[in-house]
Ligand binder design. Structure first.
Ligand SMILES: [Zn+2]
Length: 287
């Protein structure tokens, strides 16, 4: 939104017609409104699949309810057509929060873990592991989930997703309705995949996931995941079999070149009309 405002803000109405011609350029700069977590140079996970091991033992909700929420959150990301990565729920494990937060890709633990912390505030205030700086201001009152991504050389290879199950805290997951729980888990999985926060509430990766009442991905969310995990078509030889199909009985199809030329001509015409309108308007004002 802010980019669009900047594009149109200083324009007078007299130049609106001409500005319309440039609007396409402005809108094209709105794309890629996602951010990456950890570093703007972050690479995603290697490979095409990622399996989330789960320790549901301290979550304060039934294992079935947790699994159902995780499965729905995973399915949401799996529906992005241009992303190659496919997620799944892995085995139930007994890894503790302390073990998981102290681990890394070389520690032999599952590399993607979802677990719950009934002592979340103390855990994150104390730091508990070399991977985690102590944060005395951390409060679990309004934070339902936290993700700790631990990439190696800017490539994702280990991440821990901690859900809040702290007694007496309003953000503990047993207090969330089923949709918000799914939104929270899907948002944290976005961090596991390598996405950072955005400032647009329309995005799942908006910094306050609990503000969203619907489990869905925006175009920005999908662009982010497709950027980190582009589909590799015809992987191996880099060959792309594109072409123009000619209609049978016709005198030849109009290929992409002809279409591009036609579009350029149309835009030149629009620009000429816009310039003429601006000149005419200026004359009226002088008169
Ligand atoms: Zn977040």
């Amino acid at each position: 939104m802010s980019v669009v405002k900047r594009c149109f803000g200083k324009a007078g109405w007299a130049s609106a017609f001409g500005l319309w011609v440039g609007a396409g350029l402005c809108f094209s700069s709105v794309a890629h409104a996602f951010t990456l977590s950890y570093s703007s140079a972050l690479q995603g996970w290697q490979g095409n699949t990622l399996s989330f091991a789960v320790n549901s033992s301290q979550c304060g909700i039934s294992q079935a309810a947790l699994y159902s929420a995780i499965d729905d959150a995973i399915a949401l990301w799996n529906r992005v057509p241009n992303s190659r990565i496919r997620l799944s729920r892995g085995p139930e494990v007994t890894t503790t929060v302390a073990q998981a937060l102290a681990g890394n890709a070389a520690s032999g633990l599952p590399t993607t873990l979802i677990l719950c912390d009934p002592n979340m505030q103390a855990t994150f205030q104390a730091g508990v592991s070399p991977n985690l700086d102590p944060d005395p201001s951390f409060t679990s009152n309004n934070i339902p989930g936290v993700t700790l991504p631990l990439p190696t050389d800017l490539t994702m290879d280990y991440a821990v997703l901690v859900l809040n199950s702290e007694s007496g805290k309003s953000a503990r997951i047993s207090n969330l309705d089923s949709t918000v729980l799914r939104v929270v888990i899907a948002h944290e999985i976005g961090h596991v995949l390598g996405l950072g926060h955005t400032q647009d509430i329309a995005n799942l990766m908006y910094f306050d996931a609990s503000e969203r009442a619907k489990l869905s991905l925006s175009q920005d969310d999908m662009d982010g995941i497709a950027y980190l995990y582009p589909r590799t078509e015809l992987a191996g030889n880099g060959l792309y079999g594109c072409g123009t199909v000619q209609r049978s009985g016709g005198t030849g199809g109009r290929g992409p070149g002809a279409r591009a030329a036609a579009e350029i001509l149309i835009w030149l015409g629009v620009a000429w009309l816009g310039a003429r309108a601006v000149r005419k308007f200026s004359k009226w004002r002088i008169a």
